[in-house]
Ligand binder design. Sequence first.
Ligand SMILES: Nc1ncnc2c1ncn2[C@@H]1O[C@H](COP(=O)(O)OP(=O)(O)O)[C@@H](O)[C@H]1O
Ligand SMILES: Nc1nc2c(ncn2[C@H]2C[C@H](O)[C@@H](COP(=O)(O)O)O2)c(=O)[nH]1
Length: 213
Amino acid sequence: MNQVPFITVEGPIGVGKTTLATALSTHFNYHLLKEIVDENPFLGKFYENIDEWSFQTEMFFLCNRYKQLKDIKDRYILNDMPVVADYHIFKNLIFASKSLEAPEYKKYEQIYHILTDDMPRPNIIIYLRASLDTLLKRIEKRGREIEKNISPLYLEQLSIDYDLKMQAFEKQHPDIPILHLDGDQLDFVHNKNDLQYIIDMVTTSIQTRSTKA
Ligand SMILES: Nc1ncnc2c1ncn2[C@@H]1O[C@H](COP(=O)(O)OP(=O)(O)O)[C@@H](O)[C@H]1O
Ligand SMILES: Nc1nc2c(ncn2[C@H]2C[C@H](O)[C@@H](COP(=O)(O)O)O2)c(=O)[nH]1
């Protein structure tokens, strides 16, 4: 496993991944790996008609993230420069497993592993959860036009899928610390003490990893 800190913040749409990853990047002076969203030309159509646009949407996210991971591997990880990201590549499987029909998902999964199995993986994961009501309010506050069509049911199911994925991930990777945070209780945007609480947790995790290395 790579020794240099590679931290990721994960969780359902609108939970605060990009906000927290950006704050951590600034605090620790780590390179920030931010996922692209608005550049995905299919996402707006996806929310209007998932069946029609899911394959192109998922493939666009996969190809873009593959290129991002390849770049940070070459430019940062292999040069022992830490990174903090607002996504884990496994999110592609969470979304695609629901949006693609089984035969297409089988093909997608094969392509996913071909592209990403030799890419760097985060060695500290921050898992943010929040209630459906909080997620919906934050998505509305963020105000992306294309996300106005996100159905509460889609978001609720996504949250369940994230929980199931994280439970499975913890069993499969006991060596990778997962910091579970309650996004309903922690306001790291408006409350400095809440942000400092998270920073202290992450600092401890980084130090623990370096002593084990
Ligand atoms: N803990 C929080 N408390 C209050 N507002 C938050 C919190 N986290 C995020 N937000 C706000 O919610 C919106 C979505 O945050 P964002 O970081 O874009 O979520 P994600 O990257 O998970 O989709 C933004 O407007 C952000 O300012
Ligand atoms: N169908 C997919 N949609 C995805 C994927 N990754 C992100 N997204 C969407 C969800 C949000 O509308 C927006 C930003 O996502 P966040 O998780 O950062 O809130 O993009 C994906 O792999 N498939």
